[in-house]
Design a protein around this ligand. Sequence first.
Ligand code: FAD
Length: 477
Amino acid sequence: MYDIIIVGGGVIGCSIARTLSKYDKKIGLIEKNYEICQETTKANSAIVHGGYDCKPGSLKAKMNVKGNSMFPELSKDLDFTFNKIGSLVLAFSEDEMKTVEELYNRGIENKVQGLEIIDAKRVKEIEPKVSDQVVGALYCASAGVVDPFNLTYAMMENAMDNGVELFTETELIGLEKNHDGILVKTNNGDFQTKYVINAAGLYSDKIANMGGDYDFNIIPTKGVYRLFDKKKSDTINTVLFQTPTERGKGVLVTATYDGNTMIGPTSDKIGTVEDTTTESESLAIIDKLGKLSVPDLNPKNTIRVFTGVRAKPNTGDFMIYASKNMEGLVHCGGIESPGLVSAPAIAEYVEEILIENGMDTKKNPNYNPKRKGIVRISELSTEEKSEKIKENPAYGKIICRCETVSEGEIIEAIRRNAGAKTVDGVKRRVRAGMGRCQGGFCGPRVIEILARELNIDPTEVRKDLSGSKIVERHLKK
Ligand SMILES: Cc1cc2nc3c(=O)[nH]c(=O)nc-3n(C[C@H](O)[C@H](O)[C@H](O)COP(=O)(O)OP(=O)(O)OC[C@H]3O[C@@H](n4cnc5c(N)ncnc54)[C@H](O)[C@@H]3O)c2cc1C
């Protein structure tokens, strides 16, 4: 008998798992994919937004501003990358400056920290690569960028250290109310539980329907991105937004948490949540709009293009509430942007809903809120490197040349409690394959290490989602 079953191993489900692990409860998290973090949380702008553009009074505004304030401490406790690099909303005309003022006023109403309207001279001091056409900007010092993957892994690893159980390749297929609470039916057996948390991202409306709730629908909307090589000269320091105009919401140019430059996303309504195709027409649009902010951007320096899908709710706000039809069921639906920054605040909001709905608050006596990340050999001093290699020679064997990632780091990424099971899972945890060659050199070595560590044949190693086999067959054994 479980106390709580969480459905979905994205940033929302993992954040909830970690927050609830401070209670003395039997908690399980079920995830339909091979690994956690394989859907929306893996493909987004990775921005810890300030919270000035959310409608005042909305759940989005409250969760965004509170979530933002939690990141500095959270990143220290859980040892993931959060760079508070600040953001600028650029205005290229006096008309756009009026929009900047509106955003400033809205930000003040939302209680956003570090907001300031600045002139063109200050903009160029902060970000010299911005177009000379800039007139002024809204500066938000509290905004930043995060490593969305390691944020999610860190939350789940810490939750598991505190006793939460993870069930991957386990898909919720039905919910049934009974005397003991709720029967959670999956392709991998049934779970009896008191509470169920629906954190199923793009499928959260379908899960709500299973509980008899029809309050929201997901309108899938995709965003296309271009990622640049970090060694090239068009690197920038901040997050650059454009003012929303008749051209649309504008395209952002941002530094990533690891120092690459990235442009995107588009906002294209699509027919199905599974559509992650990246069309050249969409790339042409972001290239054109990106150059309005930073004219030097050169598509020749691209190392990757990709697409993320937003779980846009038709209600316009996050749908976080206790089911009206099934006691014990709580929905976290329609968590589109700013879901990443809101994740820790959403987890605390869910905690409050559970307490209001009768959950007892006996504490987990062994709770430890801290977790250590995987040591990056590339960031150690020569002495520290020697020490680490003496401890374990696998740290002296460099597998990914672009990002200087050792075999020791890859092995650790696989062996951790919510460890990597796929090539992309390794890439997201330790960056092997994240550099200029995108795994061209290290890919086959990563497959070998995964096969050895997971005790499977190389033909069984997947790139990412189920069905994404890489090695078809052996030519010789
Ligand atoms: C283009 C784009 C840009 C964005 N930019 C930002 C940004 O800069 N800042 C920001 O704060 N937010 C941003 N977001 C939003 C943010 O990425 C999301 O809000 C967040 O990742 C949602 O997390 P989630 O856990 O709800 O969903 P997901 O990460 O999709 O996780 C849901 C999980 O549920 C699992 N699941 C679904 N159905 C079942 C089932 N039946 N059984 C078991 N498991 C199931 C899925 O497999 C998945 O792993 C952006 C989103 C997009 C698409």
